[in-house]
Design a protein around this ligand. Structure first.
Ligand SMILES: Nc1nc2c(c(=O)[nH]1)N[C@H]1C(S)=C(S)[C@@H](COP(=O)(O)O)O[C@H]1N2
Ligand SMILES: [Mo]
Length: 436
């Protein structure tokens, strides 16, 4: 059993309209799981704030002082290493590019994207996954033990990226987390094929979509509202690489990433990969859960003028994500000796497609040099690349990287088509290098 908060939440009840809600008194604290660490982080908070917190005894446990949240430094998310916090409620944090240098992303460096409040407690021994929906032949409920015993275990490296990654560059700005480049990663996931479970229940002929429900709570704490409930078309759900996962890199999923059970659809908007899932439905229509409609994870069917309002019926659901890449070594801002060539390393990915090539430029895109691109370790894993560049003279340089997918589509140099929520920015990553 994993504890998600400092101590078992004391439960208070609160009247809101007709409904009665259970409201945990302490805030959910996914970044701090034990009291000793909490006290240490209190000390750290005080030193970073530069003053004692006058009403410290009134401050809810786990509340991040706004001065600290705005400085985006000085506090640590449990189990994470160097992530940049974009929002503390819900918790959202991205990984600086140079910390994504590993070919397989460690759990400590995978971004966190929460739409609501993670479950306060999760007990893997009592967790169940129920299968239903109008297009299921036999509704079933499985324990985690049954899922492990009944279906073949698989491990796959699958790229997980938030569709809003890169949003910070859109103008006019889109609301939401201002992700720069760090809402992506490629851990190895451990679990089973979603397909095997769907087939065990039986899929009716009219099935077109699957949807998930998770145990996290809506920000309002209204138990009748879901934080998010999305899904994918049946054909994507039935792919060999579409997973129900309980592990990441050989360890159980961490509470941040959906412990004890989640979905993973490599190359698709991260929002399809439901965390803390306890129910999957097979639908005879496009799943209509929370954040499937309006401007959520949808983009205009045609190019629009930046800042436009787009009618709902002109929006379409984002599916496979576009080709993209990162320079993960060196870190931007490096000082480098003119005498030496500079080794570069990074990753490239292209939704459902493979990346066919990647080039780098040190002269603002006037000339390009082909990098060495590796094969994916399995389908839908990002691909690693290496290059070596030589600088002709001292000065400030930018290194740019541009990938092209197997259909010949390249990353754009500039921010691509504006859309109301700022999705799908796959423009080229750039780093600064000072050569002297
Ligand atoms: N239940 C649930 N599943 C969820 C979310 C959520 O808020 N609740 N966020 C989604 C979004 S928008 C993304 S990008 C990924 C992020 O996964 P991660 O936090 O493990 O990196 O989880 C998806 N699955
Ligand atoms: Mo996302």
């Amino acid at each position: 059993m994993v504890e998600f908060s400092l101590s078992p939440p004391r439960v208070a009840t609160m009247e809101m309209g007709q409904a009665e809600f259970k409201l945990p008194e302490a805030k959910n604290l996914p970044w701090s799981f034990n009291r000793r660490r909490f006290l240490r982080s209190m000390g750290r908070m005080t030193s970073v704030l530069g003053a004692n917190i006058a009403f410290a005894h009134c401050m809810p446990r786990g509340l991040i002082p706004v001065a600290l949240a705005q400085s985006r430094e000085g506090f640590v998310i449990e189990g994470k290493d160097g992530l940049r916090v974009l929002n503390d409620r819900p918790l959202n944090a991205e990984t600086p590019a140079h910390l994504l240098n590993d070919d397989i992303t460690p759990a400590s460096r995978l971004f966190i994207r929460n739409n609501g409040l993670p479950p306060v407690e999760a007990d893997a021994d009592r967790w169940t996954l129920s299968m239903g929906g109008e297009s299921i032949k036999t509704a079933k409920t499985y324990t985690l033990g049954e899922l492990r015993d009944r279906f073949e275990s698989i491990s796959l490296a699958l790229t997980l990226e938030c569709a809003g990654n890169g949003r910070a560059e859109y103008y006019p700005p889109a609301g939401g987390n201002q992700w720069t480049t760090g809402a992506v990663g490629c851990p190895e996931w451990n679990g089973i094929r979603l397909k095997d479970v769907l087939e065990d229940c039986g899929v009716k002929r009219d099935a077109v979509y699957i949807g998930y429900y998770g145990e996290d709570r809506h920000l309002s704490q209204d138990p009748k509202k879901d934080a998010i409930s999305r899904g994918v078309p049946l054909w994507k759900a039935m792919e060999e690489q579409s997973m129900i996962a309980w592990g990441m890199n050989g360890d159980p999923l961490s509470p941040h990433h959906g412990y004890p059970l989640r979905l993973i659809f490599g190359g698709w908007p991260g929002s399809a990969s439901g965390k803390w899932i306890d129910r999957i439905v097979i639908r005879n229509r496009v799943h209509d859960g929370t954040k499937m409609g309006g401007s959520s994870y949808r983009v205009p069917r045609y190019p629009v003028k930046p800042g436009s309002e787009v009618p709902d019926e002109d929006m379409m659901i984002i599916e496979s994500l576009p080709v993209k890449s990162l320079i993960t070594f060196p870190r931007s801002g490096l000082k480098h000796s003119l005498a030496q060539p500079l080794r570069l390393h990074g990753h490239a990915w292209a939704g459902d497609l493979e990346v066919a090539g990647i080039s780098v430029s040190i002269d603002f895109g006037q000339t390009w040099q082909e990098a060495d691109l590796g094969k994916p370790v399995n389908r839908l894993a990002w691909q690693n690349w290496d290059a070596e560049v030589r600088f002709p003279k001292a000065g400030y340089y930018e290194v740019w990287a541009r990938a092209v997918d197997e259909e010949g589509t390249s990353q754009p140099m500039l921010v691509p088509g504006w859309n109301p929520k700022g999705y799908l920015n796959n423009s080229c990553h750039r780093i600064a290098v000072y050569v002297g």
